[in-house]
Design a protein around this ligand. Sequence first.
Ligand SMILES: Nc1ncnc2c1ncn2[C@@H]1O[C@H](COP(=O)(O)OP(=O)(O)OP(=O)(O)O)[C@@H](O)[C@H]1O
Ligand SMILES: [Mg+2]
Length: 336
Amino acid sequence: MTQTDAEIVCCGHICLDVIPRMTGSDLPPPGGLAEVGPADLATGGSVSNTGLALHKMGIKTRLVGAVGDDMFGQAVRQRFEAHGPGLSAGVQVVTDQPTSYTVVVSPPGSDRRFLHCPGVNATLTDADIGDNALAGAKHMHFGYPPAMKAICTDQGKPLRRLFERAQNAGLTTSLDMCGVDPHGWAGRVDWPALLRNVLPHVDVFLPSLDELAAMTTPDPAALLALGCDVLVIKDGENGLRIHTSQDAERFGPKWGNRVLKATTFDVEVVGTTGAGDTTIAGFLAGLVRGATLEDAADLACAAGAQCVQSADATSGIDTLDTLRAFIANKPHRRTP
Ligand SMILES: Nc1ncnc2c1ncn2[C@@H]1O[C@H](COP(=O)(O)OP(=O)(O)OP(=O)(O)O)[C@@H](O)[C@H]1O
Ligand SMILES: [Mg+2]
């Protein structure tokens, strides 16, 4: 584990996406075969998408999570190292669990299908994230509990313990969600109870509107009353709705008691993979660098706009200065 100071520690879900390039639109029948092109490999999950975006923006970032002791795990760690030497140092290699992966079956002209293996993300819990993973950092971000079974057990007590420990160590904290599979274990979690347990130790909560609606009544005042100070609701091409409590004032002047809408920038959309995660990266970059709430919201939307202009999550992401220059040019905003 690297001990170098990090501004932001990104913890949580890590996986490898295996994406065969498909030209034909038909899937083979049982017993059949379909010829496909070479597979694209991409690291995915919150740690990869938000963490690598922050790294590319020039924020000192530590990536924390786990992979299995297998070739997919080696591929994930190699990819992280290719982005920056040492970036894989916080990724544990676990011997008795496979690396989480997703096979993305995406034939032209039809909806994507995912074959997902939860792997080691299903067993990772607060005890696996040591104090050294948080040491020296300003902020901890955690992503995708609904895809991580162990950390959600007991109405999220392990997740609560992790957030509590981060806050006690002096870090500010944030939480991102992902879709809840209604047919799997996540569909049986008492999400309102989990949020009641965890949000008192979350400073910035950044779910998407759909994810929130699948878990609880998306009432901003009620969520702020549970204890988070900044609620950033992502709503796809409609942009962001931000609500803050009085306590958010500690992030800077005029952060407290605010309701703010930020519309997306009108760019050509190539693909929305990772749009939510990179949007979060823009917001957190602003937060740790002392931006105003308006600037953090603009940085979030600008990062989302950079993301959607390429097919994958992070190749469009550039430095914080480039994001600021993009905003300074006053690009056209979409009317919701
Ligand atoms: N078509 C678009 N044009 C510009 N920006 C977009 C577009 N779609 C998404 N974004 C940006 O990405 C942000 C997050 O999108 P979304 O609400 O889909 O998050 P999410 O559901 O968490 O996404 P993800 O599936 O990537 O995790 C939006 O608020 C916006 O800033
Ligand atoms: Mg998301």
